[in-house]
Design a protein around this ligand. Structure first.
Ligand SMILES: Cc1ncc(COP(=O)(O)O)c(C=O)c1O
Length: 405
């Protein structure tokens, strides 16, 4: 696999960012976009634009077909059983809110318990917190071990007879830990518990097979998958999507509307109210084609090599403290440098063209647990190279010099 050639598919790397070549190490936040995705958005708006699912004129029918083609591509990419198990949302955040809201309306009852983990992004905590407030549902937390992992045993220990739902990240956006989702799903189902997965960091970096993982819901963020912003995917098992009530009301999601009654549309329309992110959905088909052209196994191998290399480099760099050391780790390197605020680290690295993220990464529970207010995070994508990580290390050394470390 030739990473230089892959990198050439991303126009942003032809740009000078503040007179520097871009070393982009913020893909866990959002990935850069290949030209085919950007071009597809442009082409759709300039030559093919129409709203979908409404009018019967040529452009409308063609756009609807393109929109539905992406649904089939996503279904195949994640090996869902049925294309109607794929619901487009405005992001993973909306996907998780949809699940929490609809289960809250119709399934979860006062006194029920939900189990999440200390690794969760706020998107996989706050929507459940709403239910804690409105329905008096209890939220329990599975705790990380010293390596920043969540083990199957810890999940098992935290399940009580009242646990109705487990909602976990596939891959932590801070420690990089990959959770044993398949085993957790088996355990959950053996006890009649629903399993929801925040797949934001899983989908761009891991091979996905919904039928094998057997989770009930899986949330995907398209902008982290070399795709457009404003778009997410909710995978939901058909039986749940059929059974649960709609999330939002409006055009497109209804069957019949009368003064005294309303019936809802079939799947997946029931969950796609209003004008959807049409151009983004159509362009996302190209993101999937891009990932398929490389092969997810190759993506995984490349990113595993990178993270191993980066981890070794940073481990050797004294005064850099890596956060977590999971056995099964994705492409995330979070760290602190004693005496330097992560925002200062990120600002100084930025002067060399090295783009990382600093803050709590929407994981305040985890940072509280680690007793730190924030951390710096370098995260990799398919376009990164070992040279990028050398530059990261070099820029960290520059930062240390400024702080006399
Ligand atoms: C683990 C995790 N969950 C959820 C989200 C939210 O995703 P979205 O931006 O698609 O709403 C993110 C994005 O940062 C994330 O990293």
């Amino acid at each position: 696999m030739n990473i230089d050639l892959i990198k050439k598919e991303f126009p942003i790397f032809d740009e000078k960012i503040q007179n520097n070549d871009l070393v982009y190490l913020d893909s866990a936040n959002s990935s850069q976009k290949p030209k085919i995705v950007v071009d597809r958005i442009n082409e759709f708006y300039t030559k093919q634009f129409s709203n979908v699912g409404r009018s019967v004129h040529y452009l409308a029918v063609a756009a609807t077909n393109l929109y539905e083609n992406t649904r089939i591509s996503v279904q195949k990419y994640i090996n869902a059983k049925d294309k109607n198990e794929i619901v487009f949302t405005k992001g993973a955040t909306e996907a998780l809110n949809l699940v929490a809201n609809t289960l809250g309306q119709s399934y979860l009852k006062e006194g029920d318990e939900i189990l999440i983990t200390e690794l969760e992004h706020h998107s996989n905590y706050v929507p459940w917190h709403f239910l804690r407030k409105s329905k008096n549902i209890k939220i329990n937390f599975a705790e990380i071990n010293e390596e920043g992992e969540i083990t199957l045993e810890e999940i098992e220990n935290k399940i009580t007879p009242k646990t109705k739902l487990i909602s976990i990240t596939h891959l932590s956006n801070v420690t990089g830990a990959i959770l044993p989702v398949k085993e957790i799903a088996q355990l959950a189902h053996s006890k009649g518990i629903i399993i929801v997965v925040d797949g934001c960091q899983g989908a761009p970096h891991l091979k996905l097979d919904m039928q094998d993982l057997d989770c009930d819901f899986y949330a995907i963020s398209c902008h982290k998958m070399y795709g457009p912003t404003g778009l997410g995917v909710l995978y939901g098992k058909k039986k749940w999507l059929e059974e649960l009530p709609p999330y939002q009301g409006g055009g497109g999601m209804i069957n019949e509307v009368k003064k005294d009654r309303i019936s809802y549309g079939e799947l997946p329309n029931k969950y796609e109210a209003g004008t959807m992110a049409t151009a983004q959905v159509i362009a996302f088909d190209q993101s999937i084609k891009f990932l398929e052209s490389i092969g997810i196994e190759n993506v995984m191998k490349h990113e595993a090599d990178l993270v191993e290399y980066g981890q070794e480099l940073l481990q050797k760099n004294n005064s850099v403290k890596l956060i977590g050391n999971p056995k099964n780790k994705g492409g995330v390197l979070s760290f602190t440098i004693e005496g330097v605020h992560p925002h200062d680290i990120a600002t100084i690295l930025d002067e060399d063209g090295v783009a990382i993220r600093a803050g709590h990464h929407c994981c305040q529970i985890l940072h509280d647990k680690l007793n730190i207010p924030a951390s710096a995070r370098a995260s990799v994508g398919i376009y990164n190279t070992k040279e990028d990580l050398d530059q990261l290390n070099q820029s960290i050394n520059n930062c240390k010099k400024i702080f006399n470390l």
